[in-house]
Design a protein around this ligand. Sequence first.
Ligand SMILES: Nc1ncnc2c1ncn2[C@@H]1O[C@H](COP(=O)(O)OP(=O)(O)O)[C@@H](O)[C@H]1O
Ligand SMILES: [Mg+2]
Length: 453
Amino acid sequence: MASITLNHLVKKYGDGFPAVNDISIDIADGEFIILVGPSGCGKSTLLRMIVGLEDITDGDLLIDGQRVNDKAPRDRNLAMVFQNYALYPHLTVYENIAFPLRLAKGKHSEEQVNKLVTDAAATLELTDHLQRKPANLSGGQRQRVAMGRAIVRQADAFLFDEPLSNLDAKLRGQMRSEISQMQRRLGVTSVYVTHDQTEAMTLGDRVAVLKKGELQQIASPRELYEQPRNLFVAGFIGSPSMNFLPATLEGTTLKTAIGDLEIPEEKARTAAGKKVVLVGVRPEFFEDAKLVEDSKRPHGSTFAATLTHTEWLGNEQYGYITFDPAPEMRELLNSLAREMDADELRPQVVVTLDASSRIRGGRESELWVDTRKLHLFDAESGENLTRDAEAGAALTREAAEERAEEIATAQRADGRSESGSANGSDGAVRDSATVDAGRTGGATAAGGKHSAG
Ligand SMILES: Nc1ncnc2c1ncn2[C@@H]1O[C@H](COP(=O)(O)OP(=O)(O)O)[C@@H](O)[C@H]1O
Ligand SMILES: [Mg+2]
C-alpha cells in the first residue's frame, strides 16, 4: 500500500501534442481515485505513466515519496487490471492467479504460492472455481480472476483502465459493487479510469475530471455535483445533464428564453456587471408549480412554459422545453458546445416532474424552479460564479470521514472472523478468508491514515 503523487505531469507524444498537460494530484494511501472525462482526454495516458508503460515528458511521479520516473514497470510494484482481463485460456483459474508469482522465478515456495492463491480466491469467492478454465467462467468471474492476479502480487496499488466496459449493464452493476467492497476490505490505493458516470459517482473517494489533458477539478462526487468549478464539470457530471440557458441579468431578474426567473440577491451579486451569463439548472430543480408546497415556494421562481412532450417513467417524469435563442445567444451556445467537447447543444431544457404531475406537452403550464440551487457561469471563461468553495470543501471532508468509517467497519468485520478461526472452529473456506484478513492487516492503518489526511 502506498501514496502516489503526481507532480506537474506532462506527456507529449511524438508530434508534440500534450496528451497530459500539467496534472498534479496527491493520492493518499488507501484512497480510491477515479479519472473521468471524454474519450481522448488523456485518462489512459496518465494511468500508463503511473504504471510505467509510458515515459514521462515532464514533472515527477512519486510512490511513497520516492521519485520513480525512471523505474521500470516491474520495479514500481503496481498492478494493472486490464479491460480484456488478459487471462491465459489454457491455464486453470488457479494457475492464472498464480501466474505473476511463477514469473518471479524461485521467489516463492510452492507452499507460499498455494497460500497466496487460496487467500485471494477466498476474498474473491473463487474457491470453488480454481480448477476451471477461463472459457467456462462468466464475465464477472473472469474479472475477479484478473483481480486475483493483482492481489497475489501484493502490489502497492491497483490501476484499472475501464475494466467493466466490455460487460453488459447488469453485470457491470454487480462488478462495480464487488470492486468497491473489495477495495474497502483490502484498503489498497486504487486509480480507476472510466468514462461511465455511475462508476465515477459510486466508486471513488475523489473523482478527477479531465478535459483535453488538463485537470478541471478533483473532489468528492457530491462536491463535483453540487459545487462544480466550471461549465465543463457541471455539464459532464450528472445525468440527465445540467441545463444551460443564456441569460441577461437585470437586478435580480434573469431574462432567459424560457421566461424570467427571480433569483436570490446574493446570487445576482456574484454576476454583477456581467452582460450575459449562462444559467445552469439541473433537471430536478424544476417542478410542476401546482405540486410545490407553500413553504418551499418562496425559495423559487414560477414561470409559464409549454412543454413539447413528457415521458412518464413510473417514479418520475421528464418534460422537454425547446427554446429559440436570440442570434447572439446562439453563438454563445455554439461556443459552449465546443467548450463541452460536444458537437452541438440543443436549445432544449429537460425538467424532472413528480410522477403525479398532470402537465402534458402542447399546453402552457406553470413550472417552478428552485433558484437557491441554480448556478451562474461566466459566459467567456466558463467559471462558476456562484460556487461556494467552502461548502464544497466541507462535502469532500465529510465524504472522507464517511469513507474512513466504512473501511473501519469492513475491517472490523474481517477482524471478527480472524478471532473466530483462531479457535480452530472454522471450516476451510472461512479459514482462508481469515488468513486474508490477517495478511491485509496493514489496511487498517491505511484506513486510519486516510481519515487523518
Ligand atoms: N501512442 C500514441 N501516440 C500519439 N498520440 C497518442 C498515443 N496514445 C494516445 N495518443 C493521443 O493522446 C490523447 C489522449 O489519449 P488517451 O490517453 O488514450 O485518452 P483516453 O484514455 O482519455 O480516451 C489522444 O488525443 C490520443 O489520440
Ligand atoms: Mg482510454
